[in-house]
Ligand binder design. Structure first.
Ligand SMILES: C[S@@+](CC[C@H](N)C(=O)[O-])C[C@H]1O[C@@H](n2cnc3c(N)ncnc32)[C@H](O)[C@@H]1O
Length: 250
């Protein structure tokens, strides 16, 4: 039996549906309601990557996997390491690709978290830098870890206040190379009212002082990036809708 190669058609359908989903405000509102309900169970804290806690929604892990595989970066910088799951997740993809490293930056890398990361099979592709992510001495250490000509991707997942994320966008945005992504995590908070903001967190973020506001301000001051509407369109049940932007050709 002969079968027809339908891959182009399949991809075109995915693209069309993702763009349509991105326009569906009713579904987005339902997703926001669901995420608010799930947060009562600390849903984004329930997962692990290769045995290490990863504080992410599954949809964001998939989206990050898609952009890493598509763009094949040599260096991925992540601000906000926490227990290490996300740096190890990205390191495991680089390991499959046989190249590169993840630079994890955190203001507070606790001894037990450092131990879990440094004893993990993927640790050979991880460099940890302790320090405030927007501090000049941290940035000097980060830049020193980037080999000349490397393709660089950045994920911002540290302090989610507007001013801090904007400072990070300005500092790390310039490091992102052509065709690669800057991921601004937790843009969902820009859709959450003060009344619905999670109260159990150490800091309270809600619309106005959060990553989406910072991203909007950053996009207003630079034309270096474009929003990937297809990827962002399917980011429902995600912490970072609209947070995946790609550096244009220089
Ligand atoms: C949301 S957690 C990161 C989660 C992690 N990316 C993951 O997916 O598992 C935020 C982390 O940002 C760190 N952080 C907070 N403020 C920071 C700052 N100014 N600079 C660097 N890291 C910071 C915290 O110590 C915390 O570990």
């Amino acid at each position: 039996m002969t079968t027809q190669d339908d891959r182009l058609e399949f991809e075109a359908h995915k693209r069309k549906q993702a763009l349509a989903l991105g326009e569906d405000k009713a579904v987005f509102a339902q997703s926001l309601d669901m995420l608010t309900a799930l947060d009562r169970y600390d849903y984004s804290y329930l997962w692990s990557w290769m045995g290490v806690p990863i504080i992410q929604m599954p949809a964001d892990i998939m989206a990050t996997q898609e952009v890493i595989w598509e763009t094949k970066p040599d260096v991925i910088i992540e601000t906000g390491v926490a227990r290490g799951g996300s740096v190890l997740f990205m390191a495991s993809l680089l390991e499959v690709m046989g190249k590169g490293k993840v630079i994890g930056v955190d203001i507070d890398i606790r001894a037990h978290n450092r131990e879990a990361i440094e004893s993990h099979p993927m640790s050979k592709r991880v460099v940890l830098i302790e320090g405030g992510s927007a501090d000049e001495d941290t940035l000097t250490k980060v830049r020193a870890e980037i080999p000349p000509g490397a393709r660089v991707m950045v994920v911002l997942d540290s302090d989610h206040s507007r001013d801090h994320v904007l400072a990070e966008c300005r500092a790390y945005g310039d490091l992102v190379t052509e065709g690669c992504y800057l991921v601004v995590a937790d843009t969902l908070v820009g859709h959450v009212s003060e009344e619905n903001a999670p109260k159990k967190r150490s800091k309270l973020w809600f619309a106005g002082n959060e990553p989406l506001s910072a991203l909007r301000d950053y996009m207003a001051e630079t034309d270096a990036f474009e929003v990937n509407e297809v990827l962002n369109g399917k980011l429902v049940l995600s912490s970072s809708p609209g947070g995946y932007i790609r550096r244009k050709s220089r």
